[in-house]
Design a protein around this ligand. Sequence first.
Ligand code: UD1
Length: 417
Amino acid sequence: MKKLIIEGGRELSGSVRIGGAKNSAVALIPATILTKGKCVIRNVPDISDVKILLEMMHELGSKITYKDEILTVDNKNVENVAISEEYASKIRASYYFMGALLGKFHHAEMSCPGGCVIGSRPIDFHIDAFKRMGAHIVENGGNYKMDAAELQGRDIFFDFPSVGATINVMFAAVLAKGKTRIINAAREPEIANVASFLNSMGARIMGAGSGTIEIDGVKELGNGEVDVIPDRIEAGTYLIIGALLGRDFKITDIVEEHIYSLISKLKDAGCNLKVEGDVITINKTKNLKAVNIKTTVYPGFPTDLGQPMSTFLTQCEGESSFEETIYENRLRHIPHLNNMGADIKAFDKTALIRGRTPLVGRKVKATDLRAGASMLVAGMIADGTTIVYNIEHLLRGYEKIVDKLNNVGANIRLIDE
Ligand code: UD1
């Protein structure tokens, strides 16, 4: 079990570089299964979700090198073995093996994907789309067996623009017969990143990043290369920390457009921040004002930043509201914030946060990945020492976070016991 011990109240000066996006990397790695060509993926973040995916690729027979954030993949000898439950249950993104294996081999076997316990997180959109494209799927106690004589391009409409289902349908469609159209596709930047990787291999994907994506199936794919885009959720988390503790604090390798929703809310709260190209300078601001946050799909306020933002709102004068619209259970961190001195009333998927309340160091738990980020921010601004248990969740998604923060003045220890 890993825990963080945080001495609060340290100002941060200097610069932090944002790494590659977790949610891109976890899709780009399984995407390589679709080609026998060689692939190069640059700016791959050093996080535990990536390590698990690389182990899964190894099980399939993939030859991989990973050095200095550059991943080279040679899948010439990849075999289509069943993905073991042990791996699938560790990581939500294991669902990408369904689309990639089905697209490549017309056969996939694996159990339900794991991931953070933030709601029911069904995969019915993925399964329905594969069926519509010609797959025969049998589910038995959470194990899926999928077969297709051939996959046929179809029109796929999603009731909700799901990130995972959009990418999975792209995987199933790139080698399918004919044209696939995804209508009400997710528009998150990670989707365009994955499409540009597949197109570099010779796929024909148009419109990724918009609500309608068209994919003309091709016979085979060749070599591919891509740079993982900067992680907008990591960037957003550092912006929130900088707004509370920065003193000439710079965050580099940011794509402003990708986190405009957060920047706009921070400005509304009165934050002092300056954007210069891909660098943002952000400093601690006194007299922050309450703002209302409602999470939604891109380009709206990201659900993955709702929890760290709720910690920020405890430091704003007046009553802020934080409404989560994507998942059912994204308020499990609230009792821990209240335990540290916050004044938050949680109702179903909305929290009313009354500020400004000083926070004090306590023993708290990271109930999921982004709740871990919320607790980290809380510990950094609290008076005294905070211990955050179950911090494995945080390390799944934030690259070298303890080193990055200590390098700019934080006092955080990661203890493995
Ligand atoms: C991805 C991200 C996650 C982020 C989320 C929303 C990855 C690996 N994870 O998760 O960090 O929080 O997007 O931005 O990229 N839904 C269904 N049926 C489905 C699929 C989804 O009902 O088949 C619902 C979900 O229950 C949820 C919503 O759609 O309410 C969003 O899900 P989705 O966009 O698919 O998120 P994930 O791919 O799980």
